[in-house]
Design a protein around this ligand. Structure first.
Ligand code: ZN
Length: 220
């Protein structure tokens, strides 16, 4: 185990919760940082706090809701219906441009204040939903930029970058938290925890991954 501290950008969803337990396995002390950015489903934050309590990690909520005022998108604007299907040739309207850039940059400043130089994020290029700041090239570029900006040596970890949803479930299982991730996280765009609404893109991706993982496990 790395004797250092790590900070996880934590939403209380499947991916960042898996990353939280991954960080607990690899680092001595773990911090979870949750952003309030005007999301419709504020209960996300309560669920995140509860998971952090169970994981026995430091938990902090940071209000960055000014982000919602920068652009129109269906995650924060209740007058916009969420895209159930990604429109051809453009971003889904759940896209908040630069969100991961904002989050990771703020997380880095917060982390530095606490003597933390390992940052963990659940972004993945595999189940790429069309968000450019989930890509590996962006993360590597930002890592360099953060180091230059603060003259420090940050290390951004992306345990999910090259794995798909089924493998993310496998990782949760390996970390001993499959049931916790399945029952207590919120990924659903309609704000329903656990198995969710069942039909939004996030639920579909999550369920298909779980079914694939469970059938692989049962066939072993
Ligand atoms: Zn859903």
């Amino acid at each position: 185990m790395n004797p250092d501290k790590a900070l996880v950008v934590f939403s209380g969803g499947q991916d960042s919760t898996t990353c939280l337990f991954w960080a607990k396995k690899h680092f001595k002390e773990v911090y979870a940082l949750t952003f309030l950015y005007g999301q419709k489903h504020v209960k996300e934050v309560d669920l995140a706090r509860e998971i952090a309590r169970k994981a026995d990690v430091h938990f902090e909520v940071m209000d960055v809701s000014f982000i919602a005022g920068l652009c129109k998108n269906s995650l924060t604007d209740t007058s916009i219906r969420m895209d159930e299907v990604k429109p051809e040739g453009s971003f889904p309207n759940t896209f908040v441009p630069g969100r991961n850039m904002f989050f990771l940059s703020i997380a880095a400043v917060y982390a530095r204040e606490h003597g933390i130089f390992h940052l963990v994020t659940g972004v993945s290029q595999t189940d790429f939903s069309g968000y450019p700041d989930c890509r590996d090239s962006f993360i590597k570029s930002l890592n360099v930029t953060l180091n230059l900006a603060m003259d420090e040596q940050f290390d951004i970890h992306t345990p999910l970058m090259w794995i798909d949803k089924a493998q993310t479930w496998a990782l949760a299982d390996e970390l001993g938290v499959l049931d916790l991730v399945r029952n207590e996280t919120l990924t659903c765009y309609n704000g329903i925890p656990g198995d969710g609404c069942g039909h939004c893109p996030a639920c579909t991706l999550r369920r298909t991954g779980l079914e694939k993982y469970l059938s692989m496990k049962n066939n072993k």
